[in-house]
Design a protein around this ligand. Sequence first.
Ligand code: NAD
Length: 324
Amino acid sequence: MIKTRFTEMFGVQHPIVQGGMQWVGRAELASAVSNAGALGILTGLTQPTPEDLRKEIKRCRDMTDKPFGVNLTILPTLVPRPYGEYIDAIVDSGVKIVETAGNNPKPFLPKLKEAGVKVIHKCTSVRHGISAEKAGVDAISMDGFECAGHPGEDDVPNLVLLPAAANVIKIPMLASGGFADARGLVAALALGCEGINMGTRFMATKEAPIHQNVKEKIVASDERSTALILRTMRNTSRVYGNSIALKAIEMEGEGKTIQEIGPIVAGAKGKIVYETGDLEHGIWSAGTCMGLINDIPTCKELVERIVTEAEAMIRGRLSKAIAA
Ligand code: NAD
């Protein structure tokens, strides 16, 4: 067992969190991750309305009696979303862990704290981590440039970002972006973190509620298979480098606006990729850690493998590296 400030504070067995992935973070996956002793996360905005989120939370609770959280990502969307009502749905449903991302969580903290919810804020820079800590969040999930989804605009990978953040952030910190195996977990602990957050790795599991083609494509791809879109709008997103992503980058190069690019990068089209397995139908998020993913295990097999191998590495190769 690897015990950290994170496992203690959040009441989970293993220092592993499942990333809050749009269209993927549904009850099937979140409950499987939580049942494996890690922390599963439902993605709030995957549910079309706050009422649907209430139902999804109930569905997840029917599948696990372990703690799970809900992600709320506050970024520009093509169709405005009522964030406050999603927060109400989370609080009313009695969920005690929330992952905020994409923007300053401060406006939502009073309501969450009053309800006894522990907040993990996901951010991509040291300065944003410091301000979230000052605002009163309980933990930080620090997301390096390697990550899928939104890596921010500073392009600092985790080998520097995590220890730089650990130098100044006092609350427990999770390492996010590029983590997929035991070596990553051990490295994260060494870099000053209390656990890891994995998104893409959990997409390639038996329980992830996405088409088998997507899982197999992740396994077949490598660390160079992603593309960065929406850079020109300062809303960079790392996605699978398919023809749609390349088209979006081309349109950006031509100076096209989000209104013009929106129809091809819309999440609604990415959702169809996950449902039908047509990998060129829209954009879908994937991280550089595809280069480390070679199989499609169950969540339990994956979590147990990572923890067992990490323990063996710490007791074995690392401790033996110290000269007598
Ligand atoms: P969407 O269909 O509304 O938008 C598609 C993409 O365009 C998103 O990346 C969005 O941020 C961006 N966008 C929309 N309006 C914009 C604007 N005015 N300026 C700049 N960029 C704009 O989004 P969706 O796919 O339904 O996703 C819902 C939310 O979840 C969004 O906030 C999205 O950014 C976020 N998301 C996060 C991840 C992740 O891995 N962290 C992955 C996918 C989506």
